[in-house]
Design a protein around this ligand. Sequence first.
Ligand code: ZN
Length: 81
Amino acid sequence: MGTFKKEQTEKEAITLKRCPECSANLKIDATECVSCGIKVHGVDKFGKAKRPINWGAYLFTFLAWSGFLLYIWWAFFKDLQ
Ligand SMILES: [Zn+2]
């Protein structure tokens, strides 16, 4: 009985991965989290799904910082006039 339970646990470790965002159990071949909806990639050695690179977020961060720095530059430039 104990042996059966151990085998079942090991099998679950192989067929499931955890969402990196909300730690929900997902199927090993799932491409997105059923709980929070984020895209997930393959599984790492800890049984946790890898998070794909979010280029949209990088671009948004870059544009936000560009706008912020441009505003600072504009504000100082205006003061120097
Ligand atoms: Zn999730």
